[in-house]
Design a protein around this ligand. Sequence first.
Ligand code: SAM
Length: 350
Amino acid sequence: MAADELIFDEGVLAPEPLVEFQGDRGAAHTGGLAILPWRGPWLEAQASGIRVAASAPGPSEEQFGQALVHVQKSRAATWRDLGAAWELLESGGRLLVCGGNDLGITSLVKRLAQELDQPPQILSNRRHARIVAFQRGSGPAPHGADASRIEVPLANGRSVSLHAEPGVFSAKRLDTGTQLLLEALEDEGAPDKILDLGCGIGPLGLASLVRWPEARALLLDGDARAVASAARNLAHLSLETRAEVGWWDAEENCPETGFDLALVNPPFHEGKAVDLRPARAMFTRLAEALAMGGRALIVANRSLPYERDLDGAGSMKILSHSRGYKIIAFTRRSVTRNPGRGRGSRASRR
Ligand SMILES: C[S@@+](CC[C@H](N)C(=O)[O-])C[C@H]1O[C@@H](n2cnc3c(N)ncnc32)[C@H](O)[C@@H]1O
């Protein structure tokens, strides 16, 4: 990322421990702590010996003289990080904010300056990106961002309001693909063991557990904020005894097998570009995790070529087309020849 290069410009990083949000190059350079909620980057940072956490520690646990926040696509997630970074700063410590113009750093910094009631110090401004500093003093703190709630329809005609941490998928409203997949459940027979792969805040797994009161479920996601939201939603619905939530990257093996129903609304974006790699990795995991004869329901934009990726490990059928989406049913028909292609470590359970 071009903006990342700016952190090594003169006068940006002080030679003291740094807490870095959504990146690890600064923390690797100065020492300190990287906060990486995505499990894939977290695993890589950990393997390189960087001290890393999935979420920010409490301010009473540790304090830093400098904090660096990388601006994200989600404005709410960036504000959440700014609030957490501020809390971790010692008095007199510096808050560094780094990001590209395409992510709206200019307007973000303008609002932050108003909230903190101090002008930003521009440390570097090049390559269509900038890095600015504010100082923590006795003045006001950033407002941060609150979690949101979205309504999810359940089988019994009721709906439930789910908790969503800032920045997670569908934090503002239920995704249309998810809604169509929920509707497709009406025609399914009762499963015993359900896998919700890329669960987000959990609408598919949770609604399935309500629909089939005898079933158990495993919900997995690579975003620790989604995992925390799903775990909280399960507890809120008193479903935690029938389900587990795991922090897992699609490149890792699935921590359990033998599922008779899997539900997948696969990710297909990395920033603005279409990136089908995580979806393809999930399909590999599906073929391994389903029991023989087990079935997966996958929702996708009509134009996405998933049928090709699923071909070979089972049989496939398009169940429906609606509102620009398709629902694909995949049934596992044989043992996969190469079940150990993932990173191999087990997902961490919550
Ligand atoms: C399209 S969303 C669907 C979320 C949820 N199932 C729903 O329907 O609202 C895809 C989910 O995949 C997760 N995801 C993206 N890349 C991943 C990866 N490499 N490993 C595991 N999960 C990933 C995202 O965090 C996101 O929650």
